[in-house]
Design a protein around this ligand. Structure first.
Ligand SMILES: Nc1ncnc2c1ncn2[C@@H]1O[C@H](COP(=O)(O)OP(=O)(O)OP(=O)(O)O)[C@@H](O)[C@H]1O
Length: 245
């Protein structure tokens, strides 16, 4: 049996008093788009910091494609592509230079990197912008470059922390649709953190997080049914209000 792309088991983390994450468990299956949906302060970025190993979790386990992060961090991270909430491109390098730099960090040979960069930019409709400095690009195009970069080493799992923050509606829609398509056409497993319900598609899996705890986990249809709701907006507000009450 193939291991899930991501398994989170019993993960807890605190910055001091109390828990930012409290006994969090869920999985992302291969080829599945999983939306991690939670309001501000729910714990999404903390979870991403643990998954990408910026922090180490004192309690719980993270496995990427069956590889335990604590025991084999380099191997586990190599299977993952990451788009952080804050952009991390070098503004004074061109699109292509940024991507070549990243490819070199991953040990991808220059000729192979050139091919992969060309393909990635083509897929994202960015091929004609490859010689432009990132500083000249708008927010939506910068995000596309970050997405292309996250895919260069052909990861099995793509994790994105609120990747549409600061984008206008068409740019946001473009990125949401593109990542869903990657999932559909290339079998990419995706973990997409957001507080925006309209970024979740009807056939996605959704994990609702609030105050560091998982409140719901399943297909959108199942989660709505369990909560006797007509749609995800209603489910989300019901779950959040129950905790607040
Ligand atoms: N560096 C830190 N020091 C202390 N507390 C923190 C720190 N970072 C986050 N927190 C707290 O941990 C909790 C979870 O925050 P986190 O940033 O993970 O949530 P989030 O879901 O990503 O929110 P947002 O959508 O606003 O980015 C919040 O209560 C937050 O105030």
């Amino acid at each position: 049996m193939t291991a899930p792309a991501l398994e989170i088991e019993g993960l807890s983390y605190g910055y001091g008093r109390g828990f930012a994450l409290d006994d969090v468990s869920f999985r992302v299956n291969q080829g599945e788009f999983t939306a991690l949906l939670g309001p501000n302060g729910a714990g999404k970025t903390t979870l991403f910091s643990l998954i990408t190993r910026l922090f180490e979790a004192p309690r719980g386990a993270i496995k990427v494609c069956g590889i335990t992060m604590r025991d084999h961090p380099t191997k586990a991270l190599a299977r993952m592509g990451v788009v952080f909430q804050q952009p991390t491109l070098d503004l004074d390098l061109t699109v292509r230079q940024n991507l070549h730099y990243f490819a070199a960090l991953h040990g991808i040979a220059r000729r192979d990197a050139s091919i992969r960069i060309g393909e990635a930019l083509e897929r994202l409709d960015m091929a004609e912008r490859d010689g432009e400095k990132v500083r000249q690009l708008n927010g939506g195009h910068r995000r596309r470059v970050e997405l292309a970069r996250a895919l260069l080493h052909k990861p099995d799992l793509l994790v994105l922390d609120e990747p549409t923050v600061g984008l206008d509606v068409p740019a946001r829609r473009g990125i949401v649709e593109h990542v869903h398509e990657l999932c559909r056409t290339q079998g990419m497993a995706v973990l997409w953190a957001t507080h925006l319900i309209d970024e979740v598609h009807a056939d996605d899996r959704v994990v609702v997080i609030h105050k560091g705890r998982i409140l719901a986990d399943g297909s959108v249809t199942d989660v709505n049914r369990t909560n006797a709701s007509a749609n995800l907006t209603q489910t989300f507000h019901r779950l959040i209000n129950q905790v607040a009450a």
